[in-house]
Design a protein around this ligand. Structure first.
Ligand code: TRP
Ligand code: ZN
Length: 864
């Protein structure tokens, strides 16, 4: 790419309020696949006295006409991605007519066709692919929308309330919608298609009746009840926990097959990836059920945190996303297991977010510089953003946090605001000074905490010396305000009350300096310290904990999360030891015995037990090394798993057989299936007749959780059963693409010499489609993220496969291409041979003539 073609970055520091406002817009869509006509009538008001030009955003639009106050207007300039209208009156009506071609739009942004239905995706900057507009979140307008289409598109939907509908000539019909709430363009939505509808209703706490409707492809009605139930739970939970009630009279969700992300919170008309809606016991796993509930919740919660109060500019994305992820996590935790939800959230942080934060795309949760906004819908903005909200919740406590939320809505309802405004509301409502805390919004990278413990037996004083270190890639960082939660355990495993010099000390320590010491007295023996309890801050803790202390924590910590965390540390140090001295590649008996007692005693939540029995992921282990020892990590974890499987085979079998799955969706049944699945995972590694019988019978289960657990176990164990079972699954499920995605993902996990060729062959499978992001992620995403041994083959053929795919996707769907690129971003962390091979793929992309901004930004950063 030549220097002149280099896309330009936008900077937070350059923010300027818009020169004009658009108070109201009246849109008419005359839908046709290749020439949809859009007529936009905007009420425009000058906002800045000396403004003369109104520069509207527009991409890939065919301009037909412009009028001002009803008369044709010619004083304008049509630039590359802008329409600049000169010398407008201070207050006027601007009418623009343009055409677009939804059928050829494969970017899945703007107006496009998804499996025969028209639908839109406007966040972040897709509205400019529909019509010329001030496509920025601080321009808030009321929208009236008229949709005209052939009658075969039975449902014509947009935001707000339906005002009218009727027949027109030539087999066409129309519907008119009005959204009374002012909104930015990114929340606009339109859908036209032929759907089955599940209808329901919800009565709010103030007694208003809300109409609920879920639109799905014909025939999918049996897969909709779970999403509808999730919606009603979300509405009720937001009333109970946050005192927030729904505002419109109707709430619609549409499921579409072609979608770039999980779902979109358009006002009153959410659009969902069908995989985040459709589920029944035969086709969806318990994990799918959980994901659906949490995403339905997430989009619903955006109605207040995102829609009623929105972002001033896109640098503030975490204002709505971090907060809404925090809210959906709390929703899941209040309805299900808090510990398991915490474990899941922390896994995302440690496997994905830490590596993003340590790599070339590291950015603060409020980025300061962006080329392509779509590249910033990241685990940092979303998940670290949620951790930052969670830390405020920890510092304030639930009551003051809710007072902060109430003040935030009181001050900012109907406005487009900044992260500073949010923190100010929390600060002012609680009286807690968050000045230093705000640095979390502007500093990238994961802080490292080095903790030293000291026990003075004579004085009975225990102390923690805590040093915070700036991340290696962000050397200029200054100290953060870190809520550091702890628990001290005595030898019997009881929690020791924390005090010093006669005063009680809170279990959340305020770490604010580069180095700080915290002391606790009145002790009669050295306590065992649980550090960063519940992952109270998104940090890496370095400490010297003995194996004995970790085993004590695993048994006795009050936080189930921290028990799991200690188990992970135990595994991590065993893996590191084995890599350092290969002669010592066995898990020691203490660990094996601890796992054995977990399986035999089965005390507490079975789903938690199954988590305690899992080794850390490759990415979690990789994070421990400056240069990732790929082959060694793969070999040691395989060896450990085989050892666990062989030594505990009897216990796994007994556990599997004694647990009864009643087939229901209750939390208990879900936990039973989780632990049974874990048993199968290990049993598949020992190729014996009895084990194989268990696996084959589970694979034939009518419950997808059980069937998939068996299939995944045989594939990951390279069991001879895999080929046959996979081929059965293909013939059984070919009619259901969402289920076939599970099959593609399993195929992608296979080992052996033919692994790469096998994937290339699957590109020809009748269900595969490069233009569908779900298919591409199922097959190639699973391969590049989870099939470590094959993706990182030393001959580079795994990288070549991904490189070839990216070249292709760059032209079809840049947003998806950019997400698929992620595994290459950490190329510098591998050995010479591998990093050179990955770098070559990045360079190959850099040289593409038609390189999209999405890929440019990441490739350019990666190669810098
Ligand atoms: N705002 C959406 C959410 O988090 C996600 C989103 C952003 C999105 N950009 C998108 C979804 C593009 C689909 C396509 O809920
Ligand atoms: Zn969101």
């Amino acid at each position: 790419m030549t220097a002149s073609k280099k896309p330009q970055a936008q900077y937070l520091k350059d923010y300027q309020a818009p020169p004009y406002f658009i108070d109201h817009v009246d849109l008419t869509f005359d839908l046709a696949p290749l020439n949809t006509r859009v007529t936009s009538v905007m009420t425009v008001k000058k906002a800045v006295a000396d403004a003369t030009d109104l520069a509207l955003d527009g991409i890939d639009l065919t301009l037909i006409s412009i009028a001002v106050d009803g008369s044709v207007y010619s004083d304008y300039t049509l630039a590359d991605e802008q329409l600049i209208i000169h010398n407008l009156p201070a207050h006027c009506q601007v009418t623009i007519v343009n055409e677009i071609a939804p059928k050829t739009n494969t970017s899945l942004e703007g107006l496009y066709l998804s499996g025969g239905a028209y639908c839109t995706q406007c966040e972040a900057q897709g509205f400019r692919k529909i019509t010329y507009y001030l496509d920025r979140p601080d321009v808030l307008a009321s929208f009236d929308v008229t949709i005209i289409a052939d009658e075969q598109f039975t449902h014509l939907l947009s935001n707000g309330n339906k005002l009218a509908q009727g027949k027109l000539d030539n087999g066409r019909h129309f519907a008119k919608w009005q959204d009374p709430f002012k909104k930015p363009s990114y929340l606009f939505a339109l859908v036209a298609g032929d759907f089955d509808v599940l209808e329901d209703s919800f009565v709010t706490k103030s007694g208003r009746n809300i109409e609920l409707a879920l639109f799905v492809d014909k025939g999918n009605l049996p897969k909709t009840p779970h999403a509808m139930a999730s919606l009603k739970k979300s509405m009720q939970w937001d009333e109970q926990r946050f005192d927030l009630e729904y505002d419109l009279d109707i709430y619609m969700i549409v499921a579409v097959d072609f979608f770039n992300m999980g779902a979109m919170e358009n006002k009153g008309l959410n659009i969902f990836n069908s995989k985040c809606v459709l589920a029944n016991q035969e086709t969806a796993t318990d994990k799918d059920y959980h994901t659906i509930e949490s995403i339905v919740g997430h989009e619903y919660f955006h109605n207040w945190t995102g829609n009623r109060v929105t972002c001033r500019d896109w640098f503030q994305l975490s204002l709505k996303e971090g907060l809404t992820v925090f809210r959906d996590q709390e929703f899941s935790s209040d309805l299900g297991s808090r510990a398991l939800n915490r474990i899941d959230a922390v896994k995302v942080m440690r496997t994905h977010q830490f590596s993003e934060d340590a790599g070339p795309m590291a950015h603060p949760i409020r980025p300061e510089q962006v080329i392509e906004m779509n590249n910033f819908y990241t685990v940092t903005v979303y998940d670290k953003g949620a951790e930052v909200i969670r830390m405020m919740h920890t510092l304030l406590g639930e009551e003051k946090f809710q007072q902060g939320m109430a003040l935030y809505f009181q001050r900012h309802d109907g406005q487009a605001v900044t992260c500073d405004d949010f923190v100010a509301a929390m600060n002012d409502a609680s009286g807690i000074d968050l000045t230093q805390f705000k640095r979390w919004y502007s500093q990238a990278g994961t802080p490292r905490l080095i903790v030293e413990q000291n026990y003075d037996a004579q004085q009975g004083v225990f102390s923690l010396n805590i040093e915070q270190h700036a991340p290696v890639n962000q050397p200029d960082n200054v100290p953060l305000h870190i809520p550091f939660a702890i628990e001290l355990l005595d030898a019997q495993g009881r929690s020791v009350p924390l005090s010093f010099a006669g005063n009680r000390v809170d279990h959340v320590l305020n770490v604010t300096n580069k180095q700080q010491r915290f002391s606790f007295d009145g002790l009669t023996e050295r306590p065992v310290a649980v550090l960063l309890e519940d992952f109270s801050a998104p940090c890496i803790v370095k400490q010297q904990t003995t194996e004995a202390d970790l085993l004590h924590i695993i048994r006795f910590a009050r936080s189930d999360f921290s028990r799991w965390d200690a188990q992970q540390q135990l595994f991590i140090s065993a893996v590191k030891t084995a890599i350092e001295n290969p002669a010592n590649n066995q898990l020691d008996d203490k660990i094996i015995n601890a796992l054995r007692s977990l399986l035999i005693e089965r005390e507490g939540d079975l789903a938690l037990i199954s988590e305690l029995l899992k080794l850390p992921s490759f990415d979690t282990l990789a994070a421990e090394f400056a240069v990732i020892p790929v082959d060694e990590i793969v070999a040691v974890t395989q060896q450990f798993e085989l050892q666990i499987a062989e030594q505990l085979q009897g216990e796994f079998t007994a556990c599997y057989q004694s647990l009864i799955d009643d087939g229901s969706v209750s939390a208990d049944a879900v936990a039973v299936r989780a632990l049974k699945g874990l048993c199968l995972h290990y049993l598949a590694k020992v190729d014996e007749l009895d084990n194989n019988q268990l696996l084959v019978s589970a694979a034939n289960s009518h419950n997808m959780t059980n069937a998939l657990a068996a299939l995944s176990a045989v594939v990951k164990a390279d069991s001879p059963l895999a080929i046959e079972l996979l081929s059965q699954f293909d013939s059984q499920w070919r009619h259901d693409v969402l289920v076939m995605d599970k099959w593609f993902a399993l195929q992608a996990m296979q080992g052996g010499e033919n692994a790469i060729d096998n994937i290339k062959k699957l590109y020809e499978h009748p269900c595969f489609d490069f233009s569908n992001p779900n298919r591409v992620r199922a097959l190639v995403g699973s391969f590049s993220h989870f099939n470590t041994a094959q993706f990182h083959r030393k001959d580079g053929s795994g990288y070549q496969l991904l490189g070839d795919l990216l070249v292709k996707l760059n032209a079809i769907n840049p947003q998806n291409a950019s997400r698929m690129l992620t595994p290459f971003m950490s190329w510098r962390r591998y050995d010479e041979v591998r990093s050179a091979a990955m770098k070559a793929q990045l360079q190959r992309l850099a040289e593409l003539d038609n390189l999209s901004d999405d890929l440019f930004e990441k490739v350019d950063k990666a190669l810098q």
